[in-house]
Design a binder for this molecule. Structure first.
Ligand code: ATP
Length: 336
């Protein structure tokens, strides 16, 4: 069966890591037609919009997109196309697995945890204004609907994947109303899943646990901002930003991407590690029922990582993006 997916190559290292992943998927024999679309700064220049109608129409039609990183200017400039895409398509659940991979250098072992991040509200509401000069108000929006929906997603995920526990992460001791509502919603949903152990952590205490005993944590459900920050920390536990993929899931569409950004320092230098986007693509294949091919690529990737002979610079090696991609394609080829 031939799939058609939207492909957004993205900025910075995006085109290089996207090309690598497209090659590996083809080597594994997955038949995909890519509907290539622009987003972010490139689209803004051409169409006046960071997420043009043609892109939205493409994702709505194909239901699945693979997306390279989109740069977001800091402090000024256009609003984040990443955030706009998640909100417009109501991709309310952001799933970010952090797992030690064989052969990937890390200070930690036995880390296998999943971030389930609420993806549509919180301080990402984009509602900011200057009250008077020198005073800015940023609105943190928390709703019962979105908090309950993400909690349900986390428990359903935990049940389906046979996970050990769900932990709600919050700061309800300080934000008694906002985070209090989030926590209350997760507690209510947890009561409907007596088979899944549930506990709660204040976000600062969770960060301590994450660096001291990360192996004790399993499924973490968090509001948007804590989810974003904690997931970079979790990437650091398993080898860095180059090795963590992510899925943005809604009722009608799904967008798969790397956790990392556009890494402008590496752009165009054939140095980026395509593993994060490849892991996202593996999640994408599972999502569309291509589990066997997903497993095949995951095993090939593991073998390349485990041998340690072909490693990109972020993992302490000297291989280029192309050399690493060639090595994964060779391993995939052996198994097909
Ligand atoms: P953006 O502004 O788009 O968020 P950024 O450079 O600020 O980009 P990231 O791209 O997330 O933030 O990553 C920070 C650094 O981590 C990069 O500058 C790069 O050195 C390293 N890095 C990120 N992704 C990769 C990758 N795939 N391969 C190798 N190194 C990476």
């Amino acid at each position: 069966m031939t799939h058609t997916f939207t492909l957004i190559e993205g900025d910075g290292i995006g085109p290089e890591v996207s090309a690598a992943v497209v090659r590996i998927l083809a080597a594994a024999g997955v038949e995909i037609e890519w509907d290539r679309q622009d987003a972010g700064a490139v689209a803004l220049e051409q169409t006046g919009e960071t997420i043009p109608p043609a892109l939205l129409e493409s994702i709505r039609r194909h239901k699945v997109a693979l997306k390279g990183p989109l740069a977001t200017p800091v402090g000024t400039g256009h609003t984040s196309a990443n955030v706009a895409l998640r909100k417009t398509l109501d991709l309310y659940a952001n799933l970010r697995p952090s797992r030690n991979m064989p052969g990937v250098p890390s200070r930690y072992h036995h880390v296998d945890l999943i971030i389930v991040r609420e993806n549509t509200e919180d301080l990402y509401s984009g509602l900011e204004h200057e009250v008077v000069p020198g005073v800015v108000e940023s609105l943190k929006i928390v709703t019962e609907r979105a908090s309950t929906r993400i909690a349900r997603f986390a428990f359903e995920y935990a049940r389906r994947e046979g996970r050990r526990r769900v932990t709600a992460v919050h700061k309800a001791n300080i934000m008694k109303l906002g985070d209090g509502l989030f926590l209350e919603c997760v507690r209510r949903v947890a009561a409907g899943y007596p088979d899944i152990p549930f506990d709660e952590r204040i976000v600062d205490a969770l960060c301590l646990d994450l660096v001291v005993k990360p192996e004790t944590l399993d499924v973490l459900v968090l509001p948007n901002l804590y989810g974003d920050i904690v997931s970079d920390l979790c990437a650091g536990l398993v080898g860095g930003l180059g090795v963590v993929g992510s899925a943005n899931l809604g009722e009608d569409a799904a967008v798969f991407e790397a956790v990392h950004g556009s890494a402008p320092d590496l752009a165009g230098r054939n140095l980026a590690n395509p593993t994060a986007l490849l892991l996202a693509a593996i999640m994408m294949l599972r999502h569309v029922g291509e589990g066997a091919r997903a497993d095949l690529i995951a095993r090939a990737l593991d073998r390349v990582m485990q041998s340690g002979q072909v490693r990109t610079r972020d993992l302490g090696g000297d291989a280029s993006t192309t050399e690493f991609t060639d090595a994964v394609c060779r391993e995939v080829g052996k198994a097909t």
